[in-house]
Design a protein around this ligand. Structure first.
Ligand code: COA
Length: 330
């Protein structure tokens, strides 16, 4: 039986470090408030003119190198982002061109914070079906250019950061790799975390008035997001565990989307899992949306936290609302 496994990982974050004190110079906030409510101490922002594909490239190059593959070996690009370079075309096409891939398929998926896990489920299906042998899966975001860094946007502005992670998903005949994936959505909550414009239902899609009234910024109902997240994360983790006839004790590492440290702590409490078994880097990078899980994965592989034979759960929740999990045997 053919299975999909992670044959290489990589990540990239921009050099510019933005601390909580840096944000406190722009808006009415403080290091104490941000740290206490989110666990974030700093995040990375791109330099002017740097877009999502730019941050994806070094992460993808690293993942290819770790997998000992070149662009010629890849059969499909899956690009997960909520902040594409343009409304059209997708960032996957830009990556195909910039990195010199052959004329392979390039698929953008817009599932916000759950994008990487959704992307993994797609890669898994193509590989199990025998259609492809090697797929490049990228999660990349430039959130900083969509944040209102004034007092009016302080609840959202302090949370998000920029970055990219990538993984090569390859075929194996061994008893390992992606064991199961689980996808969900509940679109009635779409406006709890969204950007209203540009919108296809408006003509023009974005107006001067929209910009003056701040409709282009990312907006969030923090309390609603928090309330749903602390239920969906544990539910989704347990879905992956029970689908494989396991218990939480069998899982070496849980890699949650880095939404907020308080959410992660609540998940640990509800599942009675020690915090050491839940990967966290939100203090350094903030919430990087679709990039957060592949960045964590690349960190956990490179620092040796994940070893051959370990069971790892990836789990995400975010705008949509969407949520998803995956069980991987390393
Ligand atoms: N600095 C200082 N004060 C802030 C602030 C900031 N950056 N952002 C909001 N506040 C203020 C609010 O204006 C409010 O003031 P008021 O009481 O005078 O009206 C006060 O802090 C409390 O606001 P509230 O929204 O009740 O805070 P909270 O305890 O819910 O925390 C979040 C806010 C955003 C940290 C929290 O709701 C949260 O973590 N939500 C989930 C966010 C998330 O994970 N998003 C990503 C999902 S993928």
């Amino acid at each position: 039986m053919t299975r999909a496994y992670v044959s290489g990982t990589g990540y990239y974050v921009p050099e510019r470090v933005v601390t909580n004190d840096d944000l406190a110079a722009l808006m009415d906030t403080s290091d104490e408030w941000i740290t206490e409510r989110t666990g974030i101490k700093e995040r990375r922002y791109v330099a002017d003119g740097v877009g999502t594909t730019d941050v994806a490239i070094p992460a993808a190059e690293q993942a290819l190198e770790a997998a000992s593959l070149t662009v010629q070996d890849i059969d499909l690009i899956i690009f997960a982002t909520s902040t594409p370079d343009y409304m059209a075309p997708g960032s996957g096409c830009l990556l195909q061109d910039r990195m010199g891939f052959p004329e392979i398929g390039a698929l953008d998926i817009r599932v916000q914070c759950s994008g990487f896990v959704y992307g993994l489920s797609i890669a898994d299906q193509y590989i199990r079906a025998g259609t492809f042998r090697h797929i490049l899966l990228v999660g990349a975001e430039v959130q900083s250019t969509g944040l209102d860094l004034s007092d009016a946007g302080r609840d959202v502005g302090v949370i998000f950061g920029d970055g990219a992670g990538a993984a090569v998903i390859s075929a194996t005949e061994e008893e390992r790799g992606v064991l199961s994936t689980h996808l969900h959505s509940e679109g009635k909550h779409a406006k709890e975390l969204w950007s209203e414009v540009p919108a296809s239902g408006r003509n023009p899609r974005i107006s001067v008035e929209d910009v003056n009234e701040g409709r282009h910024w990312l907006k969030m109902n923090g309390r609603e997001v928090f309330r749903h997240a602390v239920t969906r994360f544990p539910e989704s983790i347990m879905e992956a565990i029970t689908a494989n006839g396991m218990t939480a004790k069998d899982v070496k590492l849980i890699i949650p989307h880095q939404a907020n440290l308080r959410i992660t702590m609540e998940v640990a409490r509800r599942l009675k899992v020690p915090l050491e078994r839940i990967h966290s880097n939100i203090d350094r990078y903030g919430n990087t949306t679709a990039a957060s899980i592949p960045i964590c994965l690349a960190e956990a592989v490179s620092d040796g936290t994940i070893q051959a034979g370990d069971h790892v759960v990836l789990v995400a929740f975010g705008s949509g609302f969407t949520w998803a999990s995956a069980m991987i045997k390393w």
